[in-house]
Design a protein around this ligand. Structure first.
Ligand code: HEC
Length: 102
């Protein structure tokens, strides 16, 4: 009986031992540049949404090479006719923030 009590007490003592401090929350927050740019944000959208049809070697691509910044910059105000709202928001933000290349 005594043995069991000691055992239980030990258990409570050990169980109640201060919990390990939560792993230090020292996440490495990199200073992220959130500017939307052609290379980083817009080109991937065009690759997904336009380049399946407008691929290098195609007739439209010959006139509008979408991988070139200056081409897309010139087209920027017309992109809305071809893009769905989700990705269009990104393009609009890109334009509003100066349509940077990178
Ligand atoms: C489903 C296929 C398809 C997709 C996807 C597509 N296009 Fe086109 N696009 C065409 C075709 C077909 C033409 C007409 C070809 C011609 O005029 O020789 C065209 C023509 C164009 C032209 C030249 C005519 C004009 O309006 O001045 C531009 C610019 C253009 N597309 C931009 C885009 C952009 C930007 C995207 C993506 C946001 C896109 N297209 C997505 C098929 C597509």
């Amino acid at each position: 009986m005594v043995g069991i009590t000691v055992f239980l007490l030990l258990g409570v003592t050990i169980g109640g031992y201060p919990l390990q401090q939560k792993a230090n929350a020292t996440k490495a927050y990199s200073v992220q540049d959130t500017t939307i740019t052609f290379r980083r944000n817009v080109l991937p959208i065009l690759k997904n949404n336009c380049m399946p049809c407008h691929f290098p070697g195609g007739t439209v691509y010959a006139r509008y090479p979408f991988e070139e910044y200056k081409t897309v910059f010139a087209l920027r105000k017309r992109l809305h006719t071809r893009l769905k709202s989700g990705v269009l928001d990104i393009v609009n933000t890109w334009i509003a923030s100066g349509a940077m290349e990178k």
